[in-house]
Design a protein around this ligand. Structure first.
Ligand SMILES: Cc1cc2nc3c(=O)[nH]c(=O)nc-3n(C[C@H](O)[C@H](O)[C@H](O)COP(=O)(O)OP(=O)(O)OC[C@H]3O[C@@H](n4cnc5c(N)ncnc54)[C@H](O)[C@@H]3O)c2cc1C
Length: 434
């Protein structure tokens, strides 16, 4: 029989929405469990460079929230865990959770990274957009929480150097996954998003054209702790003189199964273009767009500032991309300016503004369905947008649909409020029965 852990509230996903919901509940003295599938909390936000519209350093404003959750006396973190199922159980919910194997004892690891320094294996590091390497035993990044190493068994050569150097004998090649149950009275789903898979768009090269990168990869090139500490194009390390953004590269596109607008791509492209004009003052930056959707507070001004900085906006849909001369990339697009017509242009580096797709499909895990957009369905989207089909289970952030950080945080607060109201209603009915 797996062990059972009891909490007032359960939060699934530790991106900014999950962290905010957990903190809002924990500050009201509820005991909260956070289950996160990654080895670190922080979600996409901790992996960004700076954030629109304030241009705050993402790491500087996310790390305090991560630390606040990790050190909160009412919050328990379960990282590197898979949610197997989530079911109603009496007045609450039961989650079956599997602790995946890090091959490092979580209790013993002190995060000293000696294992990482000694490991002789280098593999491509997805945390740095694949532009630099990491070891086969590693801590995901310098401000990851928790600071516990994990082993990439696919690439480990079993040389044993990590185990020999570990001062606390934490490396365990025989570790097994652990199953346990979490019982809580309420739950918040904050499972976030992924970007549209590039392989689905043959016209944009399916990720195979050198020097065509995704906006998440550009976030890493622009980040203070990025792979090169400067913006270089990946194929040959050249400083690009001309950079292009392709908007709606993974949204408003039925051929990719994403007919909706992902809401954040215009703003993040404008943000990155501004940061690039600081990093590469002589570079030409062009944004190819269908419409600019600068919907939030201060966003239109942000767009106007970008134009004033000399960033070029070309109204036209890019149809195809092909390899150009000397590592360049040729865009073929239909211009909607100057009489229109099909034309082409060549750039040193091209960034695809990919859209947002749901981060998790509840099918097979719990009795909650998704909408036509595959994000978690909300039952009263207009007047109670965090309510799901399961009583006592709420949704927050990009799990319910494409959203920026501000809206994710606001929605997380709303979901926490619904969860705390639900907990209060349970307590009232217990008192009434007594
Ligand atoms: C390139 C790019 C740049 C951006 N720049 C900005 C910006 O400058 N400003 C801005 O406001 N917004 C920006 N955004 C949007 C921003 O990233 C999102 O608004 C924000 O990350 C949403 O937070 P979230 O917590 O809802 O989701 P996420 O950040 O996706 O977090 C979800 C978490 O849930 C976890 N999870 C998923 N499924 C499970 C499961 N089954 N079990 C356990 N855990 C699970 C994930 O591992 C993850 O940690 C950008 C987006 C992109 C793609």
């Amino acid at each position: 029989m797996p062990k059972i852990l009891k909490f007032d509230a359960l939060v699934i996903g530790a991106g900014i929405a999950g962290l905010q919901a957990a903190l809002d509940l924990a500050d009201q003295d509820f005991k909260v469990a956070i289950v996160e599938k990654d080895a670190t909390i922080g979600g996409k936000m901790i992996r960004l460079s700076k954030v629109f519209p304030t241009l705050d350093c993402a790491s500087c404003i996310t790390t305090p929230k991560m630390a606040a959750a990790a050190h909160h006396e009412n919050i328990t973190l379960f990282t590197y865990c898979d949610l197997q199922s989530l079911d109603r159980n009496g007045n609450g919910v039961t989650a079956a959770v599997r602790q995946k194997t890090r091959f490092v004892d979580e209790e013993k690891c002190i995060g000293c990274r000696q294992c990482e320094y000694q490991c002789p294996v280098y593999v491509s590091d997805p945390e740095q957009g694949g532009f630099s390497g990491r070891k086969a035993i590693y801590i995901p990044f310098s401000n990851a929480i928790p600071q516990i190493a994990l082993m990439d068994v696919e690439n480990c050569t079993l040389c044993g150097k990590c185990a020999r150097v570990c001062p606390t004998q934490a490396v365990n090649f025989f570790q097994e996954p652990q199953d346990f149950l979490i019982e809580a009275q309420t739950a918040v789903l904050a499972t976030g998003f992924e970007v549209t898979p590039l392989e689905n768009k043959q016209q944009y090269g399916e990720g195979k054209i050198p020097n065509v990168i995704t906006a998440l990869q550009m976030e890493r090139l622009l980040a203070p702790h990025g792979p090169y500490n400067r913006v270089l194009r990946p194929s040959d390390g050249m400083e690009p003189d001309s950079i292009a953004y392709i908007q709606c590269a993974g949204s408003r596109d039925k051929s990719m199964g994403v007919p909706y607008c992902s809401r954040v791509c215009c703003m993040y492209a404008i943000k990155q273009a501004m940061l690039l004009s600081g990093a590469l003052p002589l570079a030409d930056i062009t944004i190819y767009y269908m419409d600019i959707r600068a919907f939030g507070k201060g966003y239109e001004q942000f767009f106007q500032n970008a134009k004033a900085m000399g960033i070029e906006f070309v109204k036209g849909k890019v149809a195809t991309i092909s390899e150009g001369e000397n590592g360049g990339v040729r865009l073929h697009y239909e211009s909607q300016e100057d009489g229109g017509g099909v034309t082409s242009a060549e750039h040193d580096l091209v960034v695809l503004s990919l859209g947002m797709v749901a981060g998790w499909n509840p099918d097979g895990h719990c009795r909650i369905s998704t909408g036509s957009d595959a994000f978690i369905k909300t039952v009263k989207p207009k007047i109670a947008p965090t309510l799901t089909e399961m009583e006592g289970v709420f949704v927050a952030g990009a799990a319910a649909g494409p959203k920026d950080i501000v809206d994710s945080i606001v929605e997380a607060g709303a979901a926490a409020m619904e969860a705390s109201k639900y907990l209060a209603s349970l307590n009232r009915s217990v008192k009434a029965v007594a």
